[in-house]
Design a protein around this ligand. Structure first.
Ligand SMILES: NC(=O)C1=CN([C@@H]2O[C@H](COP(=O)(O)OP(=O)(O)OC[C@H]3O[C@@H](n4cnc5c(N)ncnc54)[C@H](O)[C@@H]3O)[C@@H](O)[C@H]2O)C=CC1
Ligand SMILES: O=C(O)C(=O)Cc1ccc(O)cc1
Length: 288
């Protein structure tokens, strides 16, 4: 289906796409591009990519699909670097966790919305980074959100949808703004809670003594605090408006909890916990 796929940023997300497409025989040549020589050499050794270059412009020559999988702060530079080297029919897509910033970066780089840009976001990942953490099954039975614009050419959208479906993913489309609001609530806020909790506890006791007495719940809740700091710095800045609003709403919830605890208001606490338990049980049932 794809003759030459160019992956800018061969880490967890880019590497897993290449592996998944290779596993189902839907890609010919895979060209990788990145900054780290050892990571790219590893990618060749693992059979994830066929060859690599450090020059994004060179990487996209002759590619029918270009997949951008760099941290959000590097998107604008990557788009500017590939702009003049793309084939006219090349489709550009990405895996960035925020979509408004990627569209703004594309407009800044191209001077207008590129009609063959299909912004995308696989709702799948782990707390690990780099090509060695990538695996072919990452996207199987997971959702991928595409946020096409009014300018997006239908055949480009259809190609990117089919690419993700070939990886076993379920593709949904929504607007850029809606995507960024929903993900601020379901992904970006929980990551802030995990980072904030672990940092607060770590600063309370210099010697890490406190972590020795943590139970399974702490480990489950904080797994995502092991995620890439650079990636999450960029996500926060890219989605600052929606994430700030979510953090403010969550702050009100925490204040309410703290007040109920101080007042020993068991009825109110029970009301909150029962409502939360019912909502989570419903969610877990739905995704089983
Ligand atoms: N990690 C996750 O669970 C998920 C991440 N994403 C998004 O996917 C993108 C990539 O994330 P990961 O694959 O997890 O990160 P990663 O750290 O595993 O891979 C990123 C790669 O990009 C390279 N890179 C960084 N700056 C670059 C530049 N200026 N030019 C070329 N290469 C550059 C890095 O060397 C690295 O190999 C991010 O935009 C992130 O928001 C989306 C869904 C899930
Ligand atoms: O590790 C996890 O559970 C994640 O939530 C991974 C993740 C990180 C960023 C995204 O934009 C989407 C998924």
């Amino acid at each position: 289906m794809i003759e030459r796929l160019s992956i800018i940023g061969v880490g967890l997300i880019g590497g897993s796409l290449a592996r998944a497409l290779r596993a189902v025989g839907q890609v010919g040549e895979v060209v990788g591009c990145g900054r780290s020589g050892p990571n790219l050499e590893k990618a060749v050794e693992l059979g994830v990519i066929d060859r690599f270059t450090h020059d994004p412009g060179e990487a996209v020559v002759g590619a029918d699909v270009v997949f951008l999988a760099v941290p959000l702060g590097a998107m604008r530079g990557a788009l500017s670097a590939i702009k003049d080297r793309l084939d006219a029919s090349a489709v550009i897509t990405d895996g960035g966790s925020v979509k408004g910033s990627v569209v703004a970066d594309a407009v800044a780089a191209f001077g207008k919305v590129p009609t063959r840009l299909v912004p995308g976001h696989p709702i799948a990942g782990t707390e690990c980074s780099g090509v060695e953490a990538s695996f072919a099954e990452l996207y199987r039975n997971r959702r991928v959100i595409l946020t096409p614009l009014s300018e997006t050419e239908p055949d480009a959208l259809s190609l990117v949808s089919r690419m993700w479906e070939a990886c076993g993913a379920e593709v949904t489309t929504m607007s850029v703004g809606h995507h960024d609001e929903v993900l601020a609530a379901t992904s970006h806020l929980p990551h802030m809670l995990a980072f904030g909790l672990v940092d607060a506890l770590a600063r309370m006791r210099e010697n890490d003594e406190i972590f020795r007495y943590a139970a399974g719940g702490f480990r489950d809740f904080t797994r995502i605090a092991s995620s890439s700091p650079v990636m999450w710095r960029d996500i926060c800045i890219a989605n600052r408006e929606a994430l700030s609003a979510m953090l403010a709403r969550f702050g009100i919830e925490m204040t309410d909890l703290a007040e109920s605890i101080r007042r020993a208001d068991g009825d109110h606490l029970l009301e909150i916990f029962e409502r939360a338990k019912a909502a989570r049980d419903r969610y877990v049932d739905r995704v089983k």
